[in-house]
Ligand binder design. Structure first.
Ligand code: NAI
Ligand code: COI
Length: 366
């Protein structure tokens, strides 16, 4: 990859490559855009096939956070970290302490949280080195694991998308195919089961599948079968790029609404599902519940206030669908428009210099 060319094309601000020999830390922090505020986005730990794959993932995820935070109405920019390694085997305390020091070195330009492969316990270790971490344990006055809140936001957004496709937002009796039943989707399945939906699930982790089959009466299928099952709604809740040339032709659902980041392999796949008449709830709009929840920590965490904001995901999905219909564009483009317009408005409204008490000059002029 030609890094500077890529960064210039999508207007990235900064990338930090972190290496700590003692702990084995190999991390890439990417800050995409801080127009709206400091970049907030989680840390993913994953066994990438190559450094190139890790870099690409970090870049795509960081940019996604800029759009997610903007569309959710947060005063935060977008960033993300990937740590190269197996979260089941390669983690140690020194690794997250070392990583925390790298975050501290960015002096608040980047704030982290959980993502795939990292946990509240990891955030607690990072917190020993820096305050620029969220999703820390409630024992520290923080919000803890964001996944149940992400799941609630996805559930609300799915109802808004269902309202468009089926003329009612009730999910009772709807057949919902869920890909990946990890931290977010387990909680999503609970909400869907409570509302009377019928679940078809898959995961590469058998234990995770057995749990939702046992607790929610879900039907299990093999990972490759999930795309083609007869269902009303498809909920991708594993990893990204699963809406692609191989899968699109198999999809029978009228709605795609799930938690996974970067669901479209390429934007043309968003055009294709739009042409097929599928109501697609853009990933970064529907899965913003977690970041909304952890962002509230920056004001002193208040669960009621955070949950009230998570409720707005229903309205945000409805708004994106409305723009899509009004402007005859796919929903992924309508969401991009919403986010980009907000960033542009805020960029312009900051055109005048004001001495801020946090600005370094203020201490010199006192
Ligand atoms: N945890 C959160 O609060 C948020 C998560 N997300 C996104 O939602 C997705 C899920 O996140 P989590 O539940 O936290 O992660 P997780 O790691 O707990 O769950 C993902 C599940 O997908 C399964 N999986 C992986 N590859 C698969 C495949 N090919 N077929 C079937 N299953 C597969 C894994 O075994 C795992 O059980 C990720 O894309 C994440 O970036 C987005 C916003 C917030
Ligand atoms: C897991 C969230 C707290 C933040 C994030 O990185 C995301 O929404 O993808």
């Amino acid at each position: 990859m030609e890094i500077f060319k890529y960064m210039e094309t999508y207007d990235y601000e900064q990338m930090v490559i972190c290496q700590d020999k003692q702990s084995g830390l190999k991390a890439i922090i990417v800050i995409h855009d801080t127009t709206l505020g400091p970049a907030l986005g989680g840390t993913r730990m994953w066994t990438y096939k190559s450094e190139e794959d890790a870099l690409e993932d970090a870049l795509r995820l960081a940019r996604g956070m800029t759009y997610k935070n903007a569309a959710a109405g947060l005063n935060l920019g977008g960033g993300k970290t990937v740590i190269i390694g197996d979260p089941k085997k390669d983690k140690n305390e020194e690794m997250f302490r070392a990583f925390g020091r790298y975050i501290q070195g960015l002096n608040g330009r980047y704030i982290t949280a959980e993502d795939v492969g990292t946990t509240v316990e990891d955030m607690d270790i990072i917190y020993q080195e820096t305050p620029f971490v969220t999703g820390v344990s409630p024992a520290f006055g923080s919000s803890g694991n964001p996944s149940p809140v992400t799941a609630y936001g996805v559930y609300r957004g799915m109802k808004a998308a269902a309202n468009e496709a089926f003329g009612t937002d009730s999910l009772e009796g709807k057949i919902i195919a869920v890909q990946g039943v990890g931290h977010v989707a387990y909680n999503l399945c609970r909400h869907l089961h409570e509302e009377g939906a019928k679940l078809i699930v898959t995961d590469i982790n058998k234990e995770a599948v057995d749990r939702v089959v046992g607790e929610f009466g879900a039907t299990a299928v093999d990972p490759d079968e999930i795309y083609g099952v007869e269902c009303d709604i498809f909920a991708p809740c594993a990893l990204g790029a699963i809406i692609n040339d191989q899968t699109i032709g198999q999809i029978k659902a009228k709605v795609i609404a799930g938690a996974a980041n970067n669901q479209l392999r390429e934007t043309r796949h968003g055009d294709a599902i739009h042409e097929m008449g599928i109501v697609y709830a853009p990933d970064y709009v529907i899965n913003a519940g977690g970041v909304i929840n952890v962002a509230d920590e920056l004001n002193g965490y208040n669960r009621d206030r955070a949950m009230k904001k998570v409720e707005t995901i229903y309205d945000n999905i409805a708004k994106v669908i409305e723009i899509s219909k009004r402007d005859h564009i796919p929903t992924y483009l309508a969401a991009d428009r919403l986010a980009e317009e907000r960033i542009e408005r805020m960029r312009n409204s900051r055109s005048q210099f004001l001495l801020n008490e946090r600005h370094i000059l203020s201490s010199r002029t006192r």
